[in-house]
Design a protein around this ligand. Structure first.
Ligand SMILES: [Zn+2]
Ligand SMILES: [Zn+2]
Length: 155
């Protein structure tokens, strides 16, 4: 999915730093661990929180205090992360569902769906790597022994 790559320039936290759980997108750049409830932010979340706390902050201040590069900050301003003027009649439309939106490329619902799909991918990887160890012997051993029993029981 292209949207995952686009969102990923904001450094989405995918795994929990403390327990390795899947980080679930909660909106506006905030993520909660589904296992231990730890909270983390992507670059957009960090910048957004900083701007809320520091009205009139410059890009240089934001970079210094959040660690998010000015290049990424410019990208947020240019590409999608600031709202167009409230009195503007030129509404934007969500790239996926075409709903009218006031900023960005996706409506909040579609952006959340894109994140759900990424979370599913990470979860599948996690489950595969867990199953890889213990489960592998079972299905083969079982079908092998069943076939063996059936063959020898036949009169
Ligand atoms: Zn966790
Ligand atoms: Zn949409």
């Amino acid at each position: 999915m292209d949207y995952i790559e686009q969102l990923d320039i904001y450094h989405i936290p995918r795994r929990c730093a403390s327990c390795g759980g899947v980080m679930i997108y909660k909106g506006v750049g905030e993520y909660h661990c589904e296992d231990c409830d730890a909270v983390a932010y992507d670059d957009y979340g960090k910048v957004r929180m900083y701007i809320e706390a520091h009205n009139g902050a410059t890009a240089a201040m934001i970079e210094r205090d959040t660690g998010v590069s000015q290049k990424t900050i410019r990208q947020m301003l240019r590409e999608q992360r600031i709202e167009i003027a409230a009195d503007s009649r030129a509404f934007l439309h969500c790239d996926i569902c075409q709903k009218a939106i006031r900023s960005g490329k996706l409506c909040p619902e579609c952006e959340a769906k894109v994140h759900r799909s990424l979370e599913g991918q990470v979860r599948n990887q996690k489950e595969k790597s867990v199953q890889g160890f213990g489960m592998q012997q079972h299905p083969q051993g079982e079908s092998g022994s069943k076939r063996f029993v059936r063959d020898t029981d036949r009169p």
